[in-house]
Ligand binder design. Structure first.
Ligand code: ZN
Length: 294
């Protein structure tokens, strides 16, 4: 596992602080790799990478149309759409838009892509408010990060399955990073071998207030429930919303160099969960200490 993972907001907040930037110039502080083009590629079976160097977007194709998981930042809408079309998928054939969580770096371009594709948006009840109001929800140390509001067409609950053609995507509510953080699982046919794939929602603290969070009072308990839940799950392939968290682009490069099993790594999920859990517990202990100060 790499130690220089780039997680939601942490980098942007640092960059904004260095630049002395206010909210209005926060966009200028986006890490450049968030909009750096990457040639789309097939990960396994019908799952394709259509994101950028620093932000993932996954296209799941089927004979009944496609599902786009995550849209990245607003200024990337045209780039993501070109990536989809470069795979031979027409924009009007994108049927569903889903996301892992309602933060601007993952859903900023979704409203535009929704207009251009006519796709329906499916989201968890926990993230619906944030999506429809175009802003992150919950107290944090980076403030409100607005994005174009997204109309949620249907709400998905824990364990519900989104079916499109042969594809069956199961929603797993894994709240904490946001109230409606949703991981998605599916089984893919990887050259004749069935592989369990988990699109893991972010499990980092990333500036969230863990103690006395007025807008999201149960946040710490949700994180703990999510870590316990993920610890019982198994995945052959883990895909994350920041590609660096699961070495998605490095594995893609290995795949092109001939390592057909570059994405197959059952140790990835437990390693990510264990590392994030330790970081969360440390952040929670610190937050409690601060809360007890006179
Ligand atoms: Zn996030």
């Amino acid at each position: 596992m790499k130690s220089n993972r780039k997680f939601c907001w942490a980098l942007r907040v640092v960059a904004a602080a260095v630049a002395g930037a206010g909210a209005s110039s926060a966009m200028a502080a986006d890490p450049p790799e968030w909009s750096e083009p990457v040639t789309p590629f097939r990960i396994a079976g019908n799952i394709h990478y259509v994101g950028t160097r620093g932000l993932s977007a996954y296209l799941i194709t089927s004979e009944q149309g496609a599902i786009l998981l995550d849209a990245t930042v607003a200024q990337n809408a045209a780039l993501i759409e070109r990536n989809i079309e470069s795979l031979g998928v027409k924009l009007r054939d994108v049927r569903w838009l889903i996301s892992d969580h309602a933060h601007a770096d993952h859903v900023g371009a979704m409203a535009q892509i929704q207009r251009d594709t006519g796709a329906r948006v499916l989201a968890s009840a926990g993230d619906q408010w944030a999506l429809e109001h175009g802003q992150n929800e919950g107290d944090n140390n980076y403030g409100v990060q607005p994005f174009a509001p997204i109309n949620v067409d249907a709400v998905v609950s824990d364990g519900q399955v989104l079916r499109l053609g042969e594809t069956e995507l199961t929603a797993h509510l894994t709240p904490g990073h946001t109230r409606g953080c949703t991981s998605w699982s599916m089984t893919v046919n990887d050259r004749g071998t069935p592989r369990k794939v988990l699109f893991l929602c972010s499990i980092t603290v990333a500036g969230n207030t863990l103690v006395a969070n007025r807008a999201y009072p149960g946040i710490a308990e949700d994180f703990q429930t999510t870590f316990a839940k993920l610890a019982t799950m198994q995945a052959d392939i883990v895909l994350t919303s920041h590609p660096g968290a699961a070495d998605v682009l490095e594995r893609g490069a290995q795949l092109r160099r001939g390592n057909a099993d570059a994405f197959v790594d059952p140790s990835a999920l437990p390693a990510l969960v264990a590392e994030s859990r330790v970081n969360f517990e440390a952040a929670l202990a610190k937050a409690k200490e601060r809360a007890e100060l006179p």
